[in-house]
Design a protein around this ligand. Sequence first.
Ligand SMILES: Cc1ncc(C[n+]2csc(CCOP(=O)(O)OP(=O)(O)O)c2C)c(N)n1
Ligand SMILES: [Mg+2]
Length: 287
Amino acid sequence: MNSKEILKLEYTALKIRRNILRLIRAGEAGHVGGALSSVEIVTALYFNLLNVDPSNPKWPQRDRFVLSAGHKCLVLYAALAERGFFNVSILDTYGALDSPIPGHPNMHKLPGIETNTGALGHGLSIAGGMALGLRMDKSQSRVYVLMGDGELAEGSNWEAASAASMHKLENLIVFVDRNKLQISGPTIEVMSYEPLDERWRSFGWSVRIIDGHNLESIISNVKQAPFEKGKPSVIIADTLKSKGLSFAEGKVSYHYWKAKPEEMEQAELDLDNIEKQLKAKMERIGL
Ligand SMILES: Cc1ncc(C[n+]2csc(CCOP(=O)(O)OP(=O)(O)O)c2C)c(N)n1
Ligand SMILES: [Mg+2]
């Protein structure tokens, strides 16, 4: 990818962050930390990697995306709206009774949601079944999963990981958003599974560790998957929880944010600053 294409994607990532703030403004609160840490992963997927058609969300040849860590749904709603799956004005219904975008994703309420999630530890099993089914149908489609690092404390994930490697699911690609925090503290204090890369390898997966905020690295690594023949692939993406909000980055207390007005003001300023920097870069390279 050239630098213009990357910069355009960085601008899209900023729009996704703005949509996340819009959702929080509507609902007055939400799981902001893990949504913001996975913005670049989800941007790379929906604006470069995924073979999907917003006008035909059930197109059988589409790639599947399973948001296993369903509480990160703000980033998914933000990206689906930006990609044209539904009107962006729906974002303003977040938090309202009967909204199609509830606190965890619901496939019956919104186009583009592949499966319901929110109870952690189920997405990988569902995705493994999808990948196996697609292979039986001789489909070229891939299944992508986004998991939280705290989510990995659920034992069911490791049963699903064993099954995926036993069935040699080359069409399955998992991202772990390794922001090193979960709801109640650092992952290594709540339930340590380090070294994480060795653990996945021991379950028969091929593993890469990347900078989860580097769009170019996310895209180039996914394009090389499967990393090893006959194995499912996992990308451990090192990230910062609440990335983009100066007062919240890396703080466990912003796992869920009940936004005070002065914090919301600061959040807007933070994103304005990112926009200024991006615009200066764009001018320099003639975009
Ligand atoms: C089965 C289950 N147990 C507990 C919860 C409550 N819960 C919601 S988010 C969360 C922490 C998840 O941490 P992580 O996967 O690291 O997500 P992130 O840091 O990206 O927010 C927990 C325990 C849940 N949703 N499901
Ligand atoms: Mg985490």
